[in-house]
Design a protein around this ligand. Structure first.
Ligand SMILES: *Cc1c(COP(=O)(O)O)cnc(C)c1O
Length: 491
């Protein structure tokens, strides 16, 4: 069963099934749903899984959660990993140095790690909607990776519509094209004049707008969310951390029971939370090392116990998917460690004073599982070049992890870095790093130059974007968003 991070308000149910939690992701007092118990994995489990492929591993783990989803539905959801580059190994683990391994999570249809969870999650949500004869509208605001992955998973799915807002000029060309060329009739993509914060705020005010809510009611449409506050995504994000450990066993790099480090480039903390749950379930993780960029709210919390966004402005970096000030999934760790009352105190304090502070003792508990550091663009770009010169191409988000690898790894244990995007999504930044210049390259030019000089392939799904028809050309003012979405729902 699933319980609430901020306690119960006596209006919502106290405990809910998985299917309820993923259709209604908002819990009492604005909290989140989280699993009441986590299953336990022991070394026998890891040993057994050495002979299995990713889908079998994933199915075995999902079964241990005893969620209220039929086996056939889980199997069908996992079959979506067949669309990945290698269906047996959707998340390959690549050795780049003696003690350094990269868990490549970006081999799905939109070339970012969001696919690992959104692909199977999208199938399950649409299945439930159909079964319960409900219609859902999913609203998404994206800085570039969530949008394409959400649209791809829900394209042509019954009983689901998606409206996706992106900041015009605030994404890479590849990311924008991935969205505006989506032709499925149940998808609406809207560019807005403003930045990512404006897109997110527009979404929030829409959710509070009575006129909008009435329209949804009249059309019998429910709202749901596909961002990583939805446990339906988190559950799939536990699995690939466990698979990285089993890959190390398969490759004879560790003995069963040996500890490893996992390094996560973090934004909304969904990926890191998956690693935390895996550790709690018994995966031998020494520490989870968190990499932030200069929007260093997470590394500050983990190093000082203080989360303070007063006087903080969102800074633009070369790792835009980590440009964030409110990191939603930290809440689930706070709940897990300190309980619902204390978690609600923190979250109320964040809402009212834009700040909360852990006690010295609480901070110690947090640091039992996490250490963190932040990485600036200069370091990230230097790292990209250094690794490219040695034959490994990593994207700007993945590169931030090397800072954590250099500074936080204290013991001589293998390190697994989560690689969250393919270089092709951030080609101009990649070329700036490799050429050591700051020229403005187009995505197409940068893709071709890098592909030729480093002999790396551009996947067809990226190449073909440039000749696809643009279906969504609307760029609207913030005040017109509501009308755009209402017409879409009614149409
Ligand atoms: C979403 C994203 C992240 C951040 O992941 P969280 O789970 O939100 O912490 C990092 N890198 C890339 C490329 C992403 O798309």
């Amino acid at each position: 069963m699933f319980i609430e991070t901020r306690g119960n308000d006596n209006q919502k149910p106290k405990k809910v099934e998985f299917s309820y939690a993923i259709q209604n992701p908002s819990a009492s007092f604005g909290g989140l749903y989280t699993s009441e118990f986590l299953p336990h994995l022991d070394s026998n489990f890891f040993e057994k899984m050495k002979n299995e492929n990713y889908k079998t591993l994933a199915f075995s783990i999902l079964k241990l959660f005893k969620i209220d989803i039929d086996d056939e539905v889980l199997q069908e959801a996992l079959n979506l990993y067949d669309k990945f580059d290698d269906e047996k190994t959707p998340a390959p683990l690549i050795k780049v140095k003696n003690d350094l391994f990269v868990n490549e999570l970006y081999h799905g249809p939109t070339r970012a790690f969001k696919d690992m969870a959104l692909q199977p999650f999208g199938y399950i949500l649409s299945h439930l909607a159909k079964k319960e004869k409900k219609n859902y509208l999913i609203l998404a605001a994206t800085s570039g990776d969530t949008g394409p992955a959400t649209l791809d998973t829900f394209a042509n799915k019954e009983n689901i519509k998606v409206a996706c807002l992106y900041p015009d000029g605030g994404t890479s060309d590849v990311q924008r094209l991935q969205m505006v060329t989506e032709s499925a009739k149940n998808l609406k993509v809207i560019g807005i004049k403003g930045d990512f914060d404006d897109a997110q705020n527009a979404l929030k005010s829409l959710l509070a707008n009575n006129d909008f809510k009435d329209t949804l009611k009249q059309n019998e449409i429910n709202l749901s969310a596909a961002n990583s506050v939805n446990f339906g995504r988190i559950i799939f994000q536990i699995i690939y951390h466990i698979s990285s450990y089993i890959e190390l066993l398969k490759q004879n790099e560790i003995k069963n029971g040996d500890k490893i480090y996992i390094i996560v480039p973090s934004g909304n903390f969904g990926n890191a939370l998956g690693a935390y749950y895996a550790k709690k379930m018994g995966l031998p993780i020494e520490k989870i090392l968190i990499a932030s960029n200069i929007n260093n709210i997470l590394s500050e919390l983990i190093n000082t116990g203080i989360y303070d966004i007063n006087n903080k402005k969102l800074l633009k970096t070369t790792s835009p998917a980590m440009d964030i000030l409110i990191s939603s999934n930290v809440e689930r760790v706070l709940f897990d460690k300190f309980g619902d009352k204390r978690c609600k105190e923190f979250m109320d304090s964040l809402a009212n004073d834009k700040k909360y502070s852990l006690t010295h003792y609480e901070l110690k508990l947090l640091q039992e599982d996490f250490e963190a550091v932040f990485c600036d663009d200069v370091f990230a770009l230097k790292t990209i070049k250094q690794f490219a010169d040695n034959g490994y191409v990593m994207d700007p988000h993945t590169a931030t992890c090397i800072k954590a690898y250099n500074e936080l790894k204290k013991k001589n244990l293998p390190c697994v870095i989560c690689s969250t995007a393919e270089w092709t999504k951030f080609a101009p930044t990649m070329l700036n790093a490799i050429e050591n210049d700051d020229k403005k390259y187009s995505d197409k030019e940068a893709l071709e130059k890098i592909s030729n000089s480093l002999h790396v392939k551009i996947p067809d799904c990226i190449n073909s974007l440039f000749s696809k028809e643009i279906v969504h050309s609307d760029i609207v003012e913030k005040c017109d968003i509501k009308q755009e979405i209402i017409s879409f729902i009614k149409g």
